[in-house]
Design a protein around this ligand. Structure first.
Ligand SMILES: [Zn+2]
Length: 103
């Protein structure tokens, strides 16, 4: 299992947790939310953007959890593609959030 260190709390970041990467490295989403603090709620756009980042990352974890249950290769491939597209969106949404609010 891959692991990193969260640049906010200094604890391990492991697969299965809600986390993302910014230009500063790996960070738990709850830690990112704390470090952005009130800046996140200055605009409803930024608050909404953070929600979207959460949804995308929750989706990634959920898809990962069901991938192992899938025995059909074609369905497995679909699930993988779905997760990859969520990962792509998670990265784009996080980049936009960091661009607007700062990491
Ligand atoms: Zn953390």
């Amino acid at each position: 299992m891959k692991r990193w260190t969260c640049y906010v709390c200094g604890k391990d970041v492991v697969e299965g947790q809600l986390f993302t990467f910014t230009n500063r490295g790996a960070v738990h989403l709850s830690c990112l939310q704390k470090s952005m603090g009130p800046k996140l709620y200055r605009s409803s756009t930024d608050a909404a953007l953070f929600e979207l980042v959460m949804f995308a990352n929750e989706g990634i974890v959920k898809v990962k959890n069901v991938e192992d249950l899938i025995e059909d290769e074609e369905v497995k491939k679909l699930a993988l593609e779905f997760r990859k597209s969520l990962e792509g969106f998670a990265a784009r949404l996080t980049n936009k959030l960091v661009e607007r609010v700062g990491a």
